[in-house]
Design a protein around this ligand. Structure first.
Ligand code: UDP
Ligand code: MG
Length: 318
């Protein structure tokens, strides 16, 4: 029987909430009364998450699993699920209970109405204020630098149709930033507001470093504005130095006063030294990205799989 709905959950050491969330997903999808599958991607967990997936697969064969050889990251985990899912409508959902599976039927219904993408907009975040401020600033900055419409406050939690999934699978990008690619696709998209809950249990697996790397990757893979910022800063500083030069020459000619002292000179050297390193850093990020693309390593490596019709190769998109 053809699978209609696929739900993909990335799992990284979520033993404390995994069973609970999977049972809620099962309950929510049962109400749709059409064939579905739930694909759990174990992103290198070191706790009992994979055992939980295995035992639930025995009880409910439509809970399927992919176990990575090591931790390849949340985005790559979703990406693996998108590659191996067979449904017509696909949902991305975190496995920590922050995205409530109870609203999936509403999302799927909207997608069946003809929307390519139905994304969730976080109405309220039950997270620490520092994280909320960072997210708010990042989304606004991101909206400013990318040349297409990106909804503010929407994460990966979304449902999309097979065309979008096929588009994502056809890409060769080594660091897929899924919510950016989803917006880049365009088509008919709609947002639905929801209240983002606290995680059911356990600690967030996205460390601050991982979040910063994600934000940098999201910015440089979709925008050339940071590079343009370098050119514009260079031009402005050159103009400023010409104006300063003319001023100093005139000042010396007219008043005979000495040039500025060592403290202002050394401040300027430090300032421009720092600026140059910053600018080199931005260029380095782009070069690093090209380096990753050229190496063409797989997005992930699979150790074991459960319930998939064929054993997936390491990563077919090479
Ligand atoms: N996750 C993952 N690999 C990672 C980090 C996180 O698969 O390297 C999963 C994690 O198990 C959870 C989801 O991605 O299901 C979101 O992670 P988390 O809740 O830590 O992120 P946050 O909600 O704090 O952004
Ligand atoms: Mg979370």
């Amino acid at each position: 029987m053809k699978c209609v709905y696929s739900v993909i959950l990335p799992v990284f050491n979520e033993e404390s909430c995994l069973e609970d969330i999977l049972r809620r997903v099962l309950h929510s999808l049962d109400s749709l009364q059409e064939p579905y599958e739930i694909i759990c991607i174990d992103d290198g967990s070191t706790d009992s998450s994979w055992d939980i997936i295995q035992s639930l697969h025995k009880e409910f064969p439509h809970i399927k699993g992919i176990k990575f050889l090591r931790n390849f990251g949340h985005q790559n985990a979703f990406y693996a699920g998108i590659k191996y899912c067979t449904g017509e409508y696909i949902a991305l959902l975190d496995a920590d209970g922050q995205d409530p599976p109870e609203i999936l039927p509403q999302f799927f219904a909207k997608c069946r109405e003809g929307y390519d993408v139905v994304y969730a907009i976080r109405e309220k975040r039950k997270e620490i204020i520092f994280k909320r401020v960072c997210y708010a600033l990042f989304y606004r900055f991101y909206k400013f630098i990318v040349p297409f419409n990106v909804p503010i406050n929407s994460g990966d939690f979304s449902v999309f149709n097979r065309n979008v999934a096929d588009f994502l699978c056809s890409l060769y990008e080594k660091e897929p930033f899924l919510r950016g690619l989803r917006s880049w696709y365009g088509g008919k998209q709609i947002g639905i507001q929801y209240e983002r809950h606290k995680r059911l249990a356990g600690k967030p697996k996205y460390t601050l470093t991982k979040l910063i790397l994600l934000a940098i990757n999201a910015s440089i893979t979709f925008s050339k504005i940071p590079l343009r910022f370098i050119s514009v800063t260079g031009i402005l500083l050159s103009l400023l130095s010409i104006v300063c030069g003319i001023y100093l020459v005139l000042r010396e000619m007219l008043t005979g006063a000495d040039i500025l002292g060592w403290s202002s000179t050394s401040t300027l050297i430090v300032f421009f030294g720092g600026l140059q390193l910053f600018v080199l850093g931005i260029i380095g990020e782009y070069i690093g990205n090209i380096f990753d693309e050229v190496k063409n390593r797989p997005h992930f490596l699979i150790d074991q799989s459960l319930g998939l019709s064929t054993r997936p190769p390491a990563d077919s998109n090479r």
